[in-house]
Structure formats: structure tokens, C-alpha cells
Write a protein that binds this ligand. Structure first.
Ligand SMILES: [Zn+2]
Ligand SMILES: [Zn+2]
Length: 118
């Protein structure tokens, strides 16, 4: 799947970084995750993209980011659906390996004008 497969509202706000991440350049919520209004409902971007890619989004499960370079990354290849228990176990483990994220391949994120023009 490519960003072009997504609805215009979403794909025009995704910047594909040199590291492979799909960085959301649109609005974010207080927790730092991307969001947008979809059919009148505020929707979390990476959950929406995950569902478009794999079609098995479960509201009781959490989406974990396998990459830690960009908090707003929504590349479905970097997302994994897991239980809340597994998520908190992973969060605990990560606290012990506080290595800074590897951003050597990152390219500057294109500024967005808020209109999401490509
Ligand atoms: Zn990523
Ligand atoms: Zn990057």
C-alpha cells in the first residue's frame, strides 16, 4: 500500500520521510498523535491507515508504533495491533533502553500550509 491509495484528505497530509516513515503533517491531538475529521468524526490517523491497509482494526486493541522516529508515523508497515497488556509491557521495556531514535536517514519534513496541498 502507498499513501496514494488513501483518501485525498489523508494522503495530502502525509510526508514520506527518507527513513521510510509516513509522517503526518496535519493536526495532532494532545497526546501527539495525528487526527483528522472523517465523516464528521474525529479519527486517529494511524488507526485509520492501519484499517485501510489490513482491514482488521479492533477497537479493544492498541496500535503500537514499531518505529520510534516519528510519533505521528502512520506507515502501516510500522504499525502493529496488540493488546493493552502487551503494550504496557513494551512500554516498560522501552524505558530501560532509552537510546535516541536513529534519524540518520530522515529528510526535513515539508512544512504544511494547513490546507494539505501536495
Ligand atoms: Zn515509522
Ligand atoms: Zn524520518
Amino acid at each position: 500500500m502507498q499513501p496514494d491509495d488513501l483518501t485525498r484528505q489523508v494522503r495530502t497530509r502525509i510526508h514520506v520521510c527518507g527513513c521510510g516513515c509516513w509522517v503526518w503533517t496535519g493536526a495532532t491531538s494532545h497526546d501527539g498523535y495525528g487526527r483528522f475529521k472523517h465523516k464528521g468524526k474525529v479519527t486517529v490517523t494511524h488507526r485509520y491507515v492501519y484499517d485501510k491497509a489490513f482491514g482488521d482494526l479492533d477497537d479493544d486493541l492498541t496500535i503500537d508504533h514499531l518505529c520510534d522516529r516519528h510519533r505521528t508515523c502512520c506507515n502501516p508497515e510500522h504499525l502493529e495491533q496488540i493488546t493493552k497488556t502487551v503494550n504496557s509491557e513494551r512500554a516498560n521495556q522501552r524505558r530501560f533502553h532509552d537510546a535516541p531514535p536513529d534519524t540518520t536517514n530522515c529528510t526535513p519534513i515539508r512544512p504544511t500550509n494547513g490546507e494539505g496541498e501536495p
